[in-house]
Ligand binder design. Structure first.
Ligand SMILES: [Zn+2]
Length: 290
């Protein structure tokens, strides 16, 4: 989903971002499938057991197809039983075995081998689909966005979670509504702060378009929001014009865009808390020295 051009997803996108049952056309013996099936790298993801981000390594030895053939009929078994080496029927059976199959890819957490992630794929009739995974995309994302709870506040945090939940159920346009509300809320927070300043022209603000409003609030808003007003444009376009599939394909990029804005706010909060704490301890030392 991270790719905006509906290209064939990378293995990591397939594992962590593509919702279940999304079907992609591909030749059954294509390198693209082999890259997923024989994935060599590691993946960074939130470990539900460690309750923090971790690196997951592919597990070797338990990745064999759990079902080599989608319909292992009695006829197939007879072919196998009667076939000798080089028997054309056996070759054809093996080919169909390879073309239509289900395979698993399993990962374990670098901190603890018993913390696992499992993904199940189905290759059938020139397509590949992810048909199962543990943990769910919603769980992986939900835990990861936990850090934004304070920055967002309870209501908006729930809406962010809902957007992710909807996408994992393949509801794209609906998820855009929630993302747009979060974006609008960030702008509104800055607006409320700006209203407190003397020079603020409320009437002018209210008669401005969203992009102009963001310009008026640029000194208060996170820099990443001011620089990426395109997020708002895409979200609005999604709600009014884009297809369900387009919204699903673009969701991951927009979510990341919003996360960058939230990261900036989070950093600011942390810095402010640190300054406050340091000032307090310094003044305590000062009073003791008197
Ligand atoms: Zn772990």
């Amino acid at each position: 989903m991270a790719n905006l051009n509906n290209e064939f997803p990378s293995p990591i996108e397939f594992f962590l971002e593509i919702p279940l049952y999304g079907s992609f056309e591909v030749e059954p013996n294509s390198e693209l499938i082999k890259e997923i099936e024989n994935f060599k790298g590691s993946i960074d993801a939130f470990c539900l057991n460690c309750k923090k981000p971790s690196t997951f390594k592919k597990m070797v030895g338990i990745n064999e197809p759990i079902l080599g053939h989608l319909s292992k009929s009695i006829k197939d078994k007879k072919i196998l039983a009667n076939a000798k080496n080089q028997n054309p029927l056996l070759i054809r059976w093996q080919e169909s075995n390879l073309n239509n199959r289900i395979f698993n890819v399993n990962f374990s957490c670098a901190r603890d081998n018993s913390h696992r992630m499992h993904f199940c794929f189905k290759v059938c009739e020139g397509t590949i689909q992810k048909i199962g995974q543990y943990p769910s995309i919603a769980d992986l994302n939900m835990t990861e966005i936990g850090k934004y709870r304070n920055v967002l506040g309870e209501t908006k945090y729930k809406e962010f979670s809902r957007a992710i939940g909807l996408v994992s159920h393949k509801i794209g346009i609906g998820s855009f509504v929630y993302l747009r509300r979060i974006f609008e809320n960030l702008v509104e927070e800055a607006h409320q702060e700006a209203k407190k300043t003397d020079a603020w022209d409320e009437e002018f603000y209210n008669s401005s378009r969203v992009n102009e409003k963001i310009g008026l609030l640029k000194d208060i808003l996170p820099e990443s929001l001011v620089k990426n007003t395109i997020i708002y444009s895409i979200l609005s376009k999604g709600i009014h014009e884009l297809s369900e599939e387009d919204c699903l394909n673009h969701f991951s990029s927009l979510k990341k865009g919003i996360e960058i804005i939230l990261d900036e706010k989070l950093e600011k909060l942390k810095k402010e808390a640190k300054i406050k704490e340091t000032e307090k301890s310094l003044s305590e030392i000062k009073s003791k020295l008197k």
